[in-house]
Structure formats: structure tokens, C-alpha cells
Design a protein. Structure first.
Length: 156
């Protein structure tokens, strides 16, 4: 089972070639690709939709020095910023040392967003770095209990 806890799942558009069993970038992550050549392009493929559906947008890579609230001893390097006013903050990390060209008041947090008939719970930090952290495991278990989530609902 694979669970994606990161909020930037719509950062880039990709396509799948069933014949070759390959995945190719179409647009996003700073590039576009037409199958033959690549060129500089947009960073986030669907920023407005991601804000509305997921509740956050990609913040930056290596742009935060640290977090005032860092219960998982996470090393900052790839975060999301809360961008939907309907987000419910579950745990704010309070970034500091944000690079000059970025929003100094950005909120990096674990949050929930109810949208349509669904709910997004996103960490706001790069989950691969903390997925095996005991403190994070206890925090994540508390979310599962709080929301009555089970393995069958998490893998969908």
C-alpha cells in the first residue's frame, strides 16, 4: 500500500504510454515536454485547482531555514504553503528564515480541507523524510483515530 501524504500531487502533468509502459512529463516542475524536446515552462501545473481541491500549493525547495515548531525533527527542503482560507490547521510548523523573494507570512502546516464529498489531510512537509519517525507515527495514528480512517480508505 502506498499513501501520498504530500500536498503537491498536482504539481506536474504526466502522461502514461501503455505500449512502452513509460511515464513522461507533459508540463510543470519548471518544464514542458512534447515527446521530442523540452523547454522552460510553468512550475505548478494546476495552481488554482490545487488550492481549491487540496488546500495548499508548492512553497519552495530549500527556502526555509527551519521551523519554530518541529516535533518530527524534520529538515526543511520541500514544503507546501496553506493557500485555501477554508483549511483547518491541525499542526502549524511556523517556518523561519524564509528566503527574501517569498511570502514571509506563509503558513506551513498539517491541515485538513473538506471539499465536495471528500476530505484532504496533508502534512505540508515532505512525508518521505518522516514516515518512519516514531513521533510522526504517533501523530499520524492520532489522525487515523480522530477521522476513523482505515487502511482500505487510505489506499484509495
Amino acid at each position: 500500500m502506498y499513501n501520498n501524504l504530500d500536498g503537491n500531487v498536482f504539481y506536474a502533468e504526466v502522461k502514461y504510454n501503455e505500449k512502452n509502459k513509460t511515464i513522461s512529463l507533459v508540463k510543470g516542475h519548471g518544464w514542458a515536454f512534447n515527446g521530442k524536446s523540452a523547454w522552460k515552462s510553468i512550475l505548478e501545473r494546476w495552481p488554482n485547482e490545487t488550492k481549491d481541491w487540496v488546500g495548499s500549493n508548492y512553497f519552495c525547495y530549500l527556502c526555509v531555514k527551519g521551523f519554530k515548531n518541529n516535533p518530527f525533527n524534520y529538515f526543511p527542503h520541500e514544503e507546501q504553503q496553506v493557500t485555501n482560507p477554508k483549511d483547518i490547521i491541525l499542526l502549524s510548523y511556523n517556518p523561519f528564515g524564509i528566503q527574501e523573494h517569498l511570502n514571509k507570512n506563509a503558513t506551513v502546516a498539517t491541515y485538513e480541507l473538506n471539499y465536495g464529498k471528500g476530505r484532504t489531510i496533508a502534512l505540508g512537509i515532505y512525508s518521505d523524510d518522516i514516515i518512519e519517525n516514531g513521533q510522526f507515527d504517533r501523530f499520524f495514528d492520532s489522525l487515523i483515530v480522530k477521522y476513523g480512517l482505515h487502511n482500505d480508505t487510505l489506499s484509495k
